[in-house]
Write a protein that binds this ligand. Structure first.
Ligand code: GLU
Length: 448
């Protein structure tokens, strides 16, 4: 049995109850085969694949907090510090009832490669809790965030591990957590990114993931003799990534006709009104039914199991920006039947393995989240730089750096795929390019 298969078997045995983690590891290791074959002895004797699939450490803790009725609630908190070969652990905190150890491990594992692709000095980590922010008052959110940070603050720091936002964690939550860290540790440092502008946040961080997704999509189109001008785009999600993806897509001349949340989706043939969407989602924290109620051209559809939702709409480009495994094989078939040309992932692992293969086998250009959504964490790393030098850069400066990073990522993953005879396979290219840098650093630093 080859080294990759041996390790896949080992990882499956050790983590049988973590399907998302196994899915992420399977995708990465399968695409690394040519690199592993070329370096088998070196990697095997150094147990590189065993080490890269086992986190440096996993922290799990109780998060008790008091709700508005005076009732004590208990959630489970996580931080997975996956790999710090190339820099301090870096990655978001997800607050969602679906969160469990397997999901945080899959996200942390992906983050290692993504962060490496940014070309900035950041290792990979991820955290979060099964806390559900939906329907909670600001005071309850604060109580949770303070309790969460009371434990987490022992394990993080500006040069150790720098958490940020993810699903359920935005500027409000980061603010409460930053305040608690400062209060307990007594230091004012860039321990979190995605901070408010008045206390060390970076301009353009809010927009960065969505903008970055469009910058790489634009480069992909450009390098294939095409552009975004006049294209119809289907977006899923209505959170931070989706909103700014829609805004940038429109600025670049495309028309975005869909978005979705956990209960339903919008088809708006005149193009999503992004200001209205921001008002409904960011300001009011309301459901998309409010968007539909305020906009004549919009159709609202309840989410139904077995239906394709936003992926049933005819489009040139699909940008899944909601959550993992939201686009399956049947959705992929529908999109291909409708003539989709490119799929770029704004969320982390939104496309199942089967759907990814279907796109690749049917001539659809496909860029995985590790590359396509790296603009968020890249801009977080720019926020860290600004905090270190105690300066803040202009929006234009940060945005220009972000664009440059995304264009470079495209060319790096394209080159990596070509180097191993897999031209056009951007999944393999992203995994290989991300992996090579981390492995070189691991080998240089000795066994740990
Ligand atoms: N949660 C985002 C991601 O998946 C951003 C992480 C960060 O900024 O550290 O990459």
């Amino acid at each position: 049995m080859g080294y990759v298969d041996e390790v896949l078997e080992l990882v499956s045995k050790k983590n049988a109850d973590q399907p998302e983690f196994l899915q992420a590891v399977t995708e990465v290791l399968n695409t690394l085969r040519p690199v592993v074959d070329a370096n088998e002895e070196l990697y095997r004797s150094n147990a590189i694949l065993e080490r890269i699939t086992e986190p440096d450490r996993v922290l799990m803790f109780r998060v008790p907090w008091v709700d508005d009725k005076g009732q004590v609630q208990v959630n489970r908190g996580f931080r997975v510090q996956f790999n710090n070969a190339i820099g301090p652990y870096k990655g978001g905190l997800r607050l969602h009832p679906s969160v469990n150890l397997g999901i945080i491990k899959f996200l942390g594992f992906e983050q290692v490669f993504k962060n490496s692709l940014t070309s900035l000095p950041i290792g990979g980590g991820k955290g979060g809790s099964d806390f559900d922010p939906k329907g909670k008052s600001d005071r309850e959110i604060m109580a949770f965030c303070q309790s969460f940070m009371t434990e987490l603050c022992k394990y993080i720091g500006a040069d150790v591990d720098v958490p940020a936002g993810d699903i359920g964690t935005g500027a409000r939550e980061i603010g409460f957590m930053f305040g608690q860290y400062k209060r307990i540790r007594g230091t004012y440092e860039g321990v979190l990114t995605g901070k408010g502008l008045s206390y060390g946040g970076s301009l353009a961080r809010t927009e960065a993931t969505g903008y970055g997704l469009l910058y790489i999509t634009e480069e992909l189109m450009k390098c294939h003799g095409d552009s975004l001008e006049g294209k119809t785009i289907a977006v899923s999600g209505a959170g931070n990534v989706a909103i700014y993806a829609i805004q940038k897509a429109q600025q670049l001349g495309a028309k975005v006709v869909t978005c979705s949340d956990s209960t339903g989706w919008i088809y708006d043939p005149e193009g999503i009104d992004v200001e209205l969407l921001r008002e409904v989602k960011e300001v009011k924290r309301a459901r998309l039914t409010e968007y539909a109620a305020a906009r004549k051209s919009a159709e609202y559809h309840e989410k139904k199991n077995g239906e394709h939702g936003v992926w049933s709409v005819k489009c040139d480009i699909a940008l899944p920006c909601a959550t993992q495994n939201e686009l399956d094989l049947e959705d992929a078939k529908q999109l291909v039947a409708n003539g989709v040309k490119a799929v770029c992932e704004g969320a982390n692992m939104p496309t199942t393995l089967e759907a990814t293969e279907y796109f690749q086998n049917n001539g659809v250009m496909f860029i995985c989240g590790k590359a396509a959504n790296a603009g968020g964490v890249a801009t977080s790393a720019l926020e860290m730089s600004q905090n270190s030098e105690r300066l803040s850069w202009t929006f234009e400066e940060v945005d220009a750096k972000l664009k440059n990073i995304m264009v470079n990522i495209y060319h790096n993953i394209d080159d990596a795929a070509k180097r191993y005879g897999m031209e056009g396979n951007y999944v393999a290219g992203a995994n290989i390019a991300g992996f090579e840098k981390v492995v070189n650093a691991m080998l240089a630093q000795g066994v740990y």
